[in-house]
Ligand binder design. Structure first.
Ligand SMILES: NC(=O)C1=CN([C@@H]2O[C@H](COP(=O)(O)OP(=O)(O)OC[C@H]3O[C@@H](n4cnc5c(N)ncnc54)[C@H](OP(=O)(O)O)[C@@H]3O)[C@@H](O)[C@H]2O)C=CC1
Ligand SMILES: CC(=O)[C@@H](O)[C@H](O)COP(=O)(O)O
Ligand SMILES: [Mn+2]
Length: 390
């Protein structure tokens, strides 16, 4: 198996390389952002033919890697189109959307961690896959859980899909979240992840994005996608069928299992919503992680009053059109602003709610998507700078 890894220096990117090492895969294309020290170590180990870096560090990377036999580019979208058995997209946020589109239009098999692509542009992404012959399998732990539960099943038999949420670091308090700090919010109780998704887990926006991602992947209405808080993060998703039977997927809270599953399944993967064709014959990874069938497993209702982001996501998903993209863009401004101390934790949903209130209705196209993202980003910055309650 020869991989392209986009976002190679991040949490999912480095775990993808761990899996590649364990499984004996090769890596022909590495795309990173600005972390040239880690990228240099990855180039030395993997000897890729092509390396992409963020444009802001291209000159520095050119000088640093000039003696190496690699083609250096500053374009993850071009990197995504190059020949590979599977493109793993582990870029965080909106920058990961164009590479997802390009990979699918080029007929690539994509193992997709970048949830923002399906949240903001699912219909367009599926069109791109249909046009180019691309295939797609999710990496996100809940969505690989649903994928595995649906294998061999018909979507018309599904009554409901349940995604589990850890509940984040504040699931048991404090009651008033207005004073919590970035350091507290970054202490995720069960997963080790990049900063943006970790804050999204603390606000429950991560689960909101995942509800939309799930509906988009499997072609389900949001009314059929529910959330339960499960502090142990061992059950990742469950599906209830119309005959009353239930299937759940569980395993240790370690993304290497989800990554390996997605990479194995991607070449034969989804070409349209709900098209689950998991022809997967991979060797074992993470056998040392063991069998987590011990202890107590709890399941609780989410607390919508303390975590309004979940409701905002349902609202945007139900409205459809341009609202999911506006919600996502506003969140991508609000989270760094919280981390930088510019706004408080409870300002995050307040800001996103304000942006949603003002988002114009519209039909989703690649052009309107770009416009609404630019508008929502600018409006969110105005609210950060001028005061969320102004
Ligand atoms: N972490 C997890 O367990 C999970 C993550 N996800 C999703 O996966 C995605 C990645 O998450 P995570 O790994 O935690 O995020 P990280 O912030 O850890 O990693 C993001 C990566 O994107 C890279 N990047 C930034 N700009 C560019 C660019 N121009 N070209 C290529 N790469 C770039 C960063 O590079 P650099 O550091 O070099 O600047 C970094 O390697 C997110 O969408 C997240 O929601 C989904 C489920 C679980
Ligand atoms: C590992 C993974 O898939 C994350 O998206 C995880 O779900 C985050 O944890 P929360 O359940 O706290 O959002
Ligand atoms: Mn997840």
């Amino acid at each position: 198996m020869n991989l392209t890894v986009l976002g190679s220096t991040g949490s999912i990117g480095t775990q993808t390389l761990d899996v590649a090492r364990e499984r004996g895969w090769t890596v022909g294309v590495l795309a990173a952002g600005r972390n040239l020290d880690l990228l240099a170590a990855q180039i030395a180990e993997w000897r890729p033919a092509v390396v992409s870096v963020d444009g802001s560090v291209y000159a520095e990377a050119s000088a640093r890697f000039s003696s190496l036999d690699i083609r250096l580019i500053a374009d993850p979208t071009e990197a995504a189109t190059l020949p590979a058995d599977v493109v793993v997209n582990a870029m965080s946020g909106l920058p990961g959307l164009a590479p997802t589109r390009a990979a699918l239009e080029s007929g690539r098999a994509v193992a997709l961690a970048t949830k923002e692509a399906m949240v903001t542009a699912a219909a367009l992404i599926w069109e791109a896959a249909a046009r180019g012959g691309g295939r797609l399998v999710p990496i996100d732990s809940e969505h690989t859980g649903v994928y595995q539960c649906l294998n061999g099943e018909a979507l018309e038999d599904v009554a409901e899909v349940i995604l589990t949420a850890s509940g984040g670091p504040f699931r048991d308090g404090p009651a008033d979240l207005s004073g919590v700090t970035p350091a507290q919010a970054l202490k995720h109780p069960s997963w080790s992840m990049g900063q943006k998704i970790t804050i999204d887990s603390a606000t429950l926006m991560n689960k909101g994005l995942e509800v939309m991602e799930c509906a988009s992947l499997y072609g389900l209405p949001l009314s059929q996608v529910g959330v339960v808080v499960h502090p142990q993060s061992l059950v990742h998703a469950a599906v209830r069928f119309r005959d009353g039977s239930l299937k759940a997927q569980f395993g240790p809270a370690d993304m290497r299992l989800a990554i390996a599953y997605a990479v194995d399944a991607a070449p034969d993967g989804m070409t349209r919503p709900g098209d689950v064709r998991a022809a997967r014959r991979g060797a074992a990874v993470g056998e040392h992680l063991g069998w987590p069938m011990r202890g107590t497993w709890e399941f609780r209702e989410p607390d919508h009053a303390r975590f309004p982001c979940l409701g905002l996501a349902y609202r945007a998903g139900e409205a459809g059109g341009l609202l999911p993209a506006a919600l996502n863009a506003a969140d991508e401004v609000a989270v760094p602003a919280f981390l930088a101390g510019q706004i408080g934790f409870t300002d995050i949903p307040r800001l996103i709610g304000r942006v949603l209130d003002e988002t114009p209705a519209g039909t989703l196209t690649w052009d309107t998507l770009e416009e609404v993202q630019a508008w929502a980003t600018a409006r969110a910055h105005e609210l950060v700078n001028g005061g969320v309650n102004s």
